[in-house]
Structures are given as structure tokens and as C-alpha cells.
Design a protein around this ligand. Sequence first.
Ligand code: SF4
Ligand code: SF4
Length: 446
Amino acid sequence: MAWFGLKRNTFARGIHPPGHKETQSEPIRRLDFSPRLILPLNQHIGKPSIPIVHKNQEVVRGEPIARADGFMSAPMHAPATGIIEKIDLMPSARGPKVQSIILKIYQADDQRVRYGRARDMSTLNPKEMITAIQETGMVGLGGAAFPTHVKLSVPEGTVIDTLVINGCECEPYLTTDHRVMLEWADDLLTGIRYVQHACGAPRVLIGIEDNKRDAAEVIASRLPIESDIEVRTVKTKYPQGSEKLLITVLTGREVPSGGFPYQVGCVVQNAATVAILGRLLPQTQGMIERVVTISGPGIKRPGNYLIPIGTPMRYVLEQLGFNGDAGELILGGPMMGNAVASLDVPITKATSGILALDHDSVVRSQADKVYPCIHCGRCVQACPLHLNPSQLGLLAAKRDYETMNNSYHLQDCFECGSCSYICPSNIPLVQYFRVAKAILREQSTP
Ligand code: SF4
Ligand code: SF4
């Protein structure tokens, strides 16, 4: 039965940073095409895609330009009609230059999607549906960029009874999922049917934070009285959108330490990811654009923009009016996003936001002074996974990564940043944990 919950469900601990959802009433608008698109081959978790085009080759909008390198990879499609200028190393959000396809677009073209064909989705079995999803090049749009088809491919014999649609968007500033759920609710419900078929879940729970009640109401109003899809509002709290926490809040089940949602019968997908699949799959099209929140005090015309993948950040900021004195530019949200040094980095499939924050709005600047731990315990009270960030921080300072891992569950930390945010001594705890995990990864690589 369709149920629009008014309960304020939530998890224990967490934090309440200011929402700054100023763009939540800004409808999705299309941004003009930039003259050049920069398309990194490693836009997703897993192996980079492999180019199937060459320099000076003409491509049409929507045409595949890179193939997946195996199952743990995703293909890429041309976001515009134009000509391949080169394949070269280009700046990336993560810092080092990465191999990228540079597409010079034909400015005179009307940029209609010219690739794809209508197909009857009802003929696909679950396996074919997963293949079709991989062919779209879709990855989780919430920021993790995990290939969607991989998340849907649970081990043989696993029974999935619940598909969880994550509409929490708990990061401050970001409002892309909110607008997509409001404006593309029918696409979301179409996409849910495809994803549900792929994973075999008999019921669907849509979790939406209660600061997006309008989106919850719109979706609930589209459902029949008797439905296997339920819309549930959950309390606005960070990091409510963490998939393991959301599973617990919605189903009461706990994903084991180091485990996966399928181990408790669940698959979780981001709402915008599923809505865009609802648009692409019936047309056999690939993912070539996404909605991005452009916000922060440094932006003159903030809003939610539909932007071709590969658009350089510099172009976006020039179009929307950028106060160059902004203290920090962040790709993603202020809690889990990356500060970027170069305006030449492009929008990728994982880019949910571009924030131009001034010095007063930056959640935690690396330039701020760090003070010794005063053992106040606030980080422990904030950690939604009941870890001990203070102790982990002290061990990180001593480079005792083994103890962090073996005795203090470092690998359970999903880097939400709540501990760093709350720390009165401004200790960059989450940065310490990222470094510790990276070093342990390197040490375990033969
Ligand atoms: S970053 Fe890790 S340790 Fe810190 S609050 Fe989040 S999950 Fe806990
Ligand atoms: S919040 Fe900061 S100062 Fe307080 S216990 Fe944690 S690390 Fe120490």
C-alpha cells in the first residue's frame, strides 16, 4: 500500500549543519554548451573506460566514444555533436592529470541527441536489464560514482526483498535530487520499475528527508492506493543519506561491519540515478548530462542546471557569474566533496554540485589553525557508526595505522566528516582517516 509517512524516522547521533538549500526552489534549467568538453576516462569507481574514437573523428550527440573495460567499468557517450580534438592527460578533480577525450563541439549544430532507438523494455529479463543499464554508462549520481549495474548484480542465490531509493540528499547546499524528484517524478517511477525488475525486489521504499516534503507529496500522489512502492519521510539530519544508515532507518536491519546491503536483502539506488535511467533506457541512450547544483555566496546566479558531462568548471562559473574572491571552490557538497585548485577540471558523472564558498561559509578550511585534542568527546557523540574518531585521530598522528584498522574499525568509517565538522580543535580527522586508508591500501597491494 502506498504510504506517505509523517513519522520523523532517523538514526542515532549525526549532526545538524546549516542546510543552505537556497536553490531548492530553482527549477532545472539547461546550461549552454561549452565550446570544448573534457571527458576523463575514469569517471567512475572501477577500471577506466577504453576510447573507441580517434583524433579528428566526428561524433554525434549520444554516440558511444569509450567502451567499458570489463564488468567493473562503465562506457562513455558523446555529450555533444562535434569532432575529437585529442586524447590526452587533463586536470581532474582528484588532483593528478588523467587520460581524457577532448571533444570540440560544432557550435552551429542544434545538439539534438542523434543516437539511440526506441525499445520495448517489457521484453528484457533481469540479466538483460542489467546489461542494458551498463550500456547507458550510468553510475551513482549521489557522488560515489559506483557503476549502477554492479550494485544491481548481487551474488547468485541472494534474495533481495527491498529496493531502497535514496532521496535524502543530506549534504548542505545540494538540491539536485530534490528538483529531479519534484520535476521528473514520472521518470523516477518508470526507472524504479526497471531497477526493481533487475534486482527482483518485491517492494520499494523511497526515503526522503522531511525538508523535501513537497517532493515526497508529488511522488506519493502519483501512486495508486494499493502499491508496492512506499514513500517515507525521514528526519533531516546529516548523514541521513548514507545507504547503510538509511537501510536501518527504513527497514530496521543492520548491514554488518564491512558488509553490503544485499546481505540484509536490500539494494540501494540514488533517486536521480533511477529517474535518469527511466528516461534513457526506453530510448537505448547513454548518460551524457546531469543536473548540478551551482551555489554558494560566490555565485551570482545560483540554481540547478542540466549540464553536459565534460563541461569545464571555468565555463560554468563564467556563465553564472563568479566572484573570483571566493575562499574555496568545492566539487560536490561541503562535507564530502573535494576542494579544487584548477578551474579547468570538468563536470563528471559524479559531480552533484559546484560550490563557491567564501571564508565564512567554508565548513572547515585547511588553512584554519589546528589545536590539540581537549577530549571533549563531541566527535564520538557525532559519529553515526559509533566509532571513536578522537582515538583514531591520536593513532593517525602516531601513524599507527594497523591499530586503527584492527582495533578501532577504521574501514567502517565512510568519511562523512561529521567528526571533523564538530571538533572544536579543528582537527581534520576525516582527512587523517582518508590518508590512513590510502596507506593501508598501498601496503596491501603486492
Ligand atoms: S568521518 Fe568516519 S569517524 Fe568521522 S563521523 Fe564519519 S564515519 Fe565517524
Ligand atoms: S571533538 Fe576534537 S577535541 Fe573533542 S574529543 Fe574529538 S578530536 Fe578531541
